[in-house]
Design a protein around this ligand. Sequence first.
Ligand SMILES: Cc1ncc(COP(=O)(O)O)c(C=O)c1O
Length: 390
Amino acid sequence: MVSSFSARSRAIEPFHVMALLARANELQAAGHDVIHLEIGEPDFSTAAPIVAAGQAALAAGHTRYTAARGLPQLREAIAGFYASRYRLAIDPERILVTPGGSGALLLASSLLVDPGRHWLLADPGYPCNRHFLRLVEGAAQLVPVGPQSRYQLTPELVNAHWNQDSVGALLASPANPTGTLLHKDELAALSQALKARGGHLVVDEIYHGLTYGVDASSVLEVDDEAFVLNSFSKYFGMTGWRLGWLVAPPEAVGELEKLAQNLYISAPSMAQYAALACFEEGTLAILEQRRAEFARRRDYLLPALRDLGFGIAVEPEGAFYLYADISAFGGDAYRFCQHFIETEHVAFTPGVDFGRYQADHHVRFAYTQSLERLEQAVERIARGLKSWRP
Ligand SMILES: Cc1ncc(COP(=O)(O)O)c(C=O)c1O
């Protein structure tokens, strides 16, 4: 039976952490107090003004499809955000509102990747990227990256890995799982390297807003032709509303609109109306408080894990993840994660979920829990290390 399912579907791996999560949930159901550091979404629920706007939209009957590109007023509000945050004039006509950043990725990969063609992707990286490429019959060309390049692609790496099948690169800043940024000069250099090769540049900026001590530059500050994926999920705290956006060069918009009409018709209308409240001053004040809270958590967890012997060579400047080398403790990362779930009821994600390069001795911690819970987690991890047998 299974062999009758498509090769494309069979090639897509599940999130390995799901098996660990199932076990964590079993333990929780049996009455154990599990600390979840594996979850890649903010622990805060959606800010009250956004929820109120969503409720008002429902009450007003905004329950139908919208235009495939999204509500014009939301696209204008997003353009306004680029003006105020980045001092960038982006024509709202270049913005497509999508079902999550995932929808933006679906559009971009459908538009830009022919069968057999590749995008260069950093390994470790967000796992769904390579799966989206597989879905459109293209492929990911995984480029091993480490602390030397702060886990990011560089022009040298692009040049070294480019081959006749490569058509572009997908970067992420801040990146998942490492939380590292690409700064403006680095984005400019990468843009030049790709232009020199005739390749296109796609940048995932969905963790923008969640940076600590530094503001992230958008690739659009240095390359007006780049494609940008963004989302209301992370900084705006709307994971379950399924809303994101894509900024594309003007000549691509008609084609993308056609794809959007066919792939999903429109992003959820209720969510789009709710998102209009994201850019109000009062909402942004709440989001900035949350950002400050994430910064406090990072500032606590990073040194605490380093003190325990985890290798975190590069200080992450954004997102809410710490990607840690466990070589000092020996053994395989997946078993290491299992050990901490079973013995200390702390869940985090094995490196295998983010690629292949050195995945067996890396894990990702998400600081999507309160400071108090993180302190408890660190105590438990310290204890669990004593009983760990590689
Ligand atoms: C790097 C990255 N890109 C894209 C996504 C997709 O998020 P969403 O579809 O909720 O916007 C995620 C989610 O975790 C992510 O980490």
